[in-house]
Design a protein. Sequence first.
Length: 209
Amino acid sequence: MVRKKSGIDPLTKVLLGFSPKAPDATVRKEWNRRVKNVCKPCWELKYCPYGPLVEQFPVLPPTREEAMQHNEFLKQRLAAGAYDRKRRKVFAEEVRNFDPNEYPERHNPGDLEKECSVFGHLCPVFFANEPLTETPELRRIGRRIPRSIIIRVTRRDNNQCQICGKVLRDNEIEFDHLIPISKGGSSEEHNVRVSCLECNRKKSAGYEP
């Protein structure tokens, strides 16, 4: 099977309920729709509730450059006489059949964010995700922050930027999502904090205070 640039692994398609041969564009459109409801639990909980279960989920294939580096490593080890007879046969065949075009030049940035930061596998939450919480209320996934939450957050943070500590007038207050909306963060009270204009713009520009 030839992997196209930023292609979706067949196992990933199956876990999402698609045929292994389903078009990448169709699968990605549906997957992107679903993952707006969730973020990796470790970002909010500070630990992984899945544990070793993560290892049963697929990993992204190596990029073309990584695959070429690994192939060169195998060549060097084989030339040095490494490995027992059985392994040498397997690795020699792997080197002989290596085709760099079978690997993607780069990965989709959204797919990289779905990786487990410890195990490297894709996080299970992105395969079984709903906008549900442990309460009767659905998860707020839009950018709009309800007025009730704005008031509570402003009072909680005492009109003070939670990044630099500056005390703000009412018309200077901005609101920062700790886990960005683009990464699955919600507009719930626990994920929103008061910030000043300068700190909020720094974060939007890629600086993470």
